[in-house]
Write a protein that binds this ligand. Structure first.
Ligand code: LLP
Length: 413
C-alpha cells in the first residue's frame, strides 16, 4: 500500500523524505500521499463496481483545493455541508449536478444558492426546511431536486459526538415523518423528490448499523412506491471507519457486502458520501519537539510545536492518533505525554505513549490525520494555519502555504 512507511528506520512518504519536507516548509505541517488517496479511492470504487453508484467525496473530511481536485480527477462526485464547501467543490471543477448538499442548519441564503445552482440533491433535514426549499424554488421559477434525510434511530456504535442516527440526535426526520414529507413533496410545484438519505455516524467500525441504515432506506422506498411516489437514488451517507490503533476494521469490500444486497434488490442507484476512509490514513501531521520536561509520574512531557490548533480530534473526542519519531534515536524508550504549546491542559495529543529517546528539534508524526485534521484547525492563540504538502512518487509540492500574521489580521480594523 502506498503512503507512509519505514525505509531504513526512517518514516517516509512514498519514498520522499519527511525530514526534507519539514526542513523546507517548517513545522507544524500536514503531509498527504496522493498515491495513497488514489489507492484508497480505487478500493472503494471497485468494491461497489457491480451496482450503479456515485461516490460523493465528503469535503468536510479534507477540503484543501488540491485534495478535492485529486478526488475529482479520480471520478469522485462531491458532498458539501455548507455554502463554503459548495464553492470549493465548484472551484475544484465539480458540476452542480455532481454535488449533494447536506447540513442540519441550511440558511435561506444557502438554500437559495443550492437551488439556483441546480445541485444533484439537497438533502432536506426537516419538514420546515422542505417548505423553505419549495418556496425559494418557486420564487426562482424552478424545481429543486430534493432528498429526505431519515433518522432511523440506529446506534452507529461510534463516539457519541459523531453518532448521528439516534432519535435523540438533531439530524433528519423519523421514518414516518419522512414518508409524510415525501408524499407532500409530490404535491409541491417547487420540489422534485429524487432520493432518500441517511447517515448514522462517522468512524463506524461495525457493519451492522451501516447495513441496517441501508435497509431502512430500502424499506421506505418500497413503501413510497406503494404510495405512488418514486425516488431515483438511495444515499447511504458516509461513516466507514479506519484503524487508528492497528486493530482490524471492515474493508471497503466488507462494507459493500453489507449494504449492497438491499440496495440491489431495490433497483435504485446508490449514492455514497465517504470522507475519512479515503483520506484519513493518507495524511500525517508533522511536528517538532520543542521541549522535554519531567512529569511528576516518572514520565516526560514531550512538548511539540503542534497541538489542538492543528489536530483537535484527541481533545474533542479523546481520539487516538499514533505518534511516532520520524527518525528514531537509538537508546532506551521513554514514556511520555505528548502535548502541544497551547495554553490549556486539554492541549494533549497523546497520553502515556512510548517513544524512542527524543530531543528538542526531533521530528514527530501524528498518523492518520488526513481526515478531520487540517479542516478543523483554528487560529486560537493567534497561531497560524500550517502548510500542507502533497507527495507524489517522484516529488512533492506545497498545496497550501503557511498563513501569515498579515493574512490573519486582514479582516480586522
Ligand atoms: N455525510 C454526512 C451527512 C456526514 O455528516 C458525514 C460526516 C459524512 C458524510 C462523511 O463521513 P465519514 O465518511 O468521513 O465518516 N470531526 C469528526 C467527524 C465528523 C463527521 C461529520 N459528518 C472526527 O474528527 O472524527
Amino acid at each position: 500500500m502506498p503512503g507512509f512507511f519505514r525505509d531504513n528506520q526512517r518514516l517516509v512518504c512514498d519514498g520522499q523524505s519527511l525530514e526534507a519536507i519539514a526542513s523546507d516548509v517548517g513545522t507544524p505541517c500536514y503531509v498527504y500521499s496522493a498515491p495513497a488517496i488514489r489507492a484508497r479511492y480505487a478500493e472503494l470504487a471497485s468494491a461497489f463496481a457491480g451496482h450503479p453508484h456515485a461516490i460523493h467525496y465528503a469535503l468536510k473530511a479534507n477540503s484543501t483545493l488540491a485534495i478535492v481536485r485529486l478526488l475529482k480527477s479520480l471520478g469522485a462526485h462531491a458532498d458539501a455541508n455548507s455554502a463554503g464547501e459548495i464553492d470549493v467543490a465548484l472551484r475544484a471543477g465539480f458540476a452542480p449536478s455532481e454535488i449533494v448538499f447536506t447540513g442540519v442548519g441550511k440558511t435561506p441564503e444557502e438554500i437559495e444558492r443550492a437551488v439556483g445552482l441546480g445541485l444533484k440533491a439537497i438533502n432536506a433535514e426537516s419538514f420546515g426546511e422542505m417548505d423553505r426549499i419549495d418556496r425559494i424554488a418557486r420564487r426562482l421559477g424552478t424545481r429543486a431536486r430534493v432528498a429526505v434525510r431519515i433518522n432511523p434511530d440506529i446506534d452507529a456504535l461510534s463516539h457519541p459526538g459523531i453518532s448521528t442516527g439516534r432519535k435523540t440526535n438533531k439530524f433528519g426526520v423519523a421514518i414516518e415523518e419522512a414518508r409524510a414529507m415525501c408524499r407532500e413533496m409530490a404535491t409541491r410545484a417547487g420540489l422534485h423528490l429524487v432520493g432518500l438519505h441517511v447517515h448514522v455516524g462517522s468512524q463506524v467500525t461495525k457493519l451492522e448499523p451501516l447495513r441496517r441504515a441501508a435497509e431502512a432506506l430500502v424499506a421506505l422506498a418500497t413503501e413510497l412506491e406503494r404510495d405512488g411516489v418514486s425516488v431515483e437514488h438511495l444515499d447511504v451517507g458516509g461513516g466507514l471507519g479506519i484503524s487508528y490503533d492497528g486493530g482490524s476494521v471492515p474493508t471497503a469490500a466488507d462494507y459493500a457486502a453489507a449494504v449492497l444486497p438491499a440496495i440491489e434488490a431495490s433497483g435504485r442507484s446508490l449514492v455514497l458520501e465517504p470522507g475519512r476512509v479515503i483520506v484519513g490514513p493518507a495524511g500525517i501531521l508533522l511536528m517538532r519537539v520543542v521541549d522535554l520536561k519531567p512529569h511528576s509520574a516518572g514520565k516526560f512531557f514531550v512538548i511539540a510545536d503542534a497541538g489542538m490548533t492543528e489536530l483537535m480530534r484527541p481533545m474533542l473526542y479523546g481520539a487516538y492518533h499514533a505518534i511516532e519519531a520520524v527518525t528514531p534515536r537509538p537508546g532506551a524508550a521513554i514514556s511520555a505525554d505528548i502535548v502541544g504549546p497551547v495554553c490549556e491542559t486539554t492541549d494533549t495529543l497523546g497520553v502515556d505513549r512510548t517513544l524512542p529517546p527524543v530531543e528538542p528539534g526531533d521530528l514527530l508524526a501524528a498518523r492518520d490525520a488526513g481526515a478531520y485534521g487540517s479542516v478543523m484547525g483554528s487560529n486560537y492563540n493567534r497561531r497560524l494555519l500550517p502548510p500542507e504538502v502533497l507527495v507524489e512518487e517522484d516529488g512533492w509540492r506545497v498545496i497550501r502555504r503557511r498563513q501569515t500574521i498579515d493574512e490573519l489580521l486582514q479582516t480586522e480594523t
